[in-house]
Write a protein that binds this ligand. Sequence first.
Ligand SMILES: CC(C)=CCC/C(C)=C/CC/C(C)=C/CC/C(C)=C/COP(=O)(O)OP(=O)(O)O
Ligand SMILES: O=P(O)(O)OC[C@@H](O)CO
Ligand SMILES: [Mg+2]
Length: 254
Amino acid sequence: MKGRVNNYIEKLLGEGRTLHFSLIDPDKVDSLDQLGKLIERLYKAGTSGFLVGGTIGVTQSKLEAVLETMEDYEIPKIIFPSNINVLSPLADAVLFMSLLNSDDLYYVVGAQVMGAPLVKQMGLEILPTAYLIIGEGGTAGHVGRVRTIPFDNHELGAAYAMAAEFMGMRYIYLEAGSGSPRTVNPSMVRYVAKLTNLNVIVGGGIRNPEAARSICEAGADIVVTGTLLETDPERAVKVIEAVTEFRTVRESAK
Ligand SMILES: CC(C)=CCC/C(C)=C/CC/C(C)=C/CC/C(C)=C/COP(=O)(O)OP(=O)(O)O
Ligand SMILES: O=P(O)(O)OC[C@@H](O)CO
Ligand SMILES: [Mg+2]
């Protein structure tokens, strides 16, 4: 899929679909055998791609073991990097992200400067992504030193999203944090989707098909689940079905 991931995403979105990405955290994998079975299950259920990453504890060897387990599947394998050590040429693409609401310049531009030559050498396709953490954002919010955007402050979320679009980014990831007790507010998703042409990725705390559906209805383009795959794969399959069965007519931003 290298070089074809953006096109693959645009094609499915153009057909009115919403995509589901399964987030695998290499640090949470106990057995590669079990991971292989889980991946097969998620693929058969219709997940649209794999994100691979975790905030803490991911080594290159754990990352590559996960990517090798996925290699025979014809859907994108995309790195979700917490830092420059979480990169590998075995992936197809990388969410090349800037944490826009960080107080630490390292997460806004430093990691990108250190990572860019590595990404180039590895030949990874780029998904230029504004990463926005809403609420406290769990471990990622702590590590990323976020300047809080309250869950109900849609104007603030949308202002960041518009700034990201004006700076040339193509994706925005609205993140509540892994295992968050609540998801990003669907009304913030609606606001961002309406005011920009960015592809809107939403993740954090999505634990059931109803929550996933509300986020789809609000106009998300890609829905991410991570923790649920680890805790309740049966329910994760139901979330995948809810997302991939959803159909929408997308409007361009005014
Ligand atoms: C572009 C490059 C090379 C790096 C970008 C680096 C940036 C901007 C990082 C943002 C801050 C950060 C720590 C993000 C983590 C994103 C991530 C992989 C989340 C998913 O992992 P979790 O599920 O939260 O991990 P744990 O389960 O370990 O908490
Ligand atoms: O683990 P969950 O809560 O599904 O969150 C997924 C992802 O948005 C975390 O970065
Ligand atoms: Mg996690």
